[in-house]
Design a protein around this ligand. Sequence first.
Ligand SMILES: Nc1ncnc2c1ncn2[C@@H]1O[C@H](COP(=O)(O)OP(=O)(O)OP(=O)(O)O)[C@@H](O)[C@H]1O
Ligand SMILES: [Mg+2]
Length: 323
Amino acid sequence: MSPIIEFRNLTKRFKTRTLTGKTRERIAVNSLDFNIEGGEIFGLVGPNGAGKTTTMRMLVTLLKPDHGEIYVGGHSIRHKPNDVRRQIGFMPDSFGVYGDMTVQEYLDFFGACYKIHPQQRAHLINDLLELVDLGHRRDDMVDTLSTGLKQRLGIARVLIHDPSILVLDEPASGLDPRARVEIRELLLEVARLGKTILFSSHILADVGELCTRVGIIEDGKLVALGTLEQLSAHVMPHRQLHIGLLDRRDEAQAMLQATGGVSEVRAVDNGRAFLEVDFTGNDEDLHQLLAKLLAQGFPVIHFSEESNNLEEVFMRATKGIVS
Ligand SMILES: Nc1ncnc2c1ncn2[C@@H]1O[C@H](COP(=O)(O)OP(=O)(O)OP(=O)(O)O)[C@@H](O)[C@H]1O
Ligand SMILES: [Mg+2]
């Protein structure tokens, strides 16, 4: 893989006027410096006001940086904006104002903007409607679509000029759980077509199952970057097990405490005999630990491992604990 997007020391400040007429400067994006590889599904995650939209607007050449550069497929956003635009499909965080068109007319309009031949456009629109599963709504007015369907139409629209990169600002915001799953599936499908996807969200769980890598941004700075496993390992270097027993909890606690790979065992008072175990071993060690409990006749009724706590990763990263 090679980088398809390169952020180099990217910085953007905004000047705002206060009520008393004073000018205040705020740094919205602060020295971003990282790459996105071709074929990645990259999640840019951060709280409100972190700088996600500003970063994306600079990437798609709608906004000029104060300092730094972005290269897209080797082309500078400053010097080769047309080459950059050709490679990118951008879906902003709010839907455009074209509600009084049918779904088909909407896509046809954007196809015409890209000067795609009418006959070719008709084929393309059929293919895109099939991809986003909107063929049955092609003659409906855009403003009668639900938010989830509008987002799917938005994705079809940004694919119309066959860009190699999709930049999607908060594509899952405002969607119900089913529509979120559908958007996730659609993005995976689009990635399978060979496209690189960069999308933003303020919810880490939204990007978790989808992304090859995640960048966490706060106050304009990148505070964490990596796969979800890498970020979780930073936050929680050990595994955490939950063990439930019918009885003999104190005895089991003492036995586990003396077992290799176990760093701490805590009794949990949730009305039942539960233990919380900090464990540094691998899966084979985990199996041995359970086998030992059963071999000694402990009445185990529950044995589970805490899955990556995404909320915890996000909270700790945005407090600057992960880097
Ligand atoms: N045109 C502008 N003029 C002045 N300040 C701006 C402008 N656009 C953004 N900002 C400020 O820059 C900072 C970053 O904003 P941005 O919209 O990029 O954040 P975001 O991560 O997209 O947030 P959200 O999750 O709310 O969409 C914020 O403090 C915002 O108020
Ligand atoms: Mg935003």
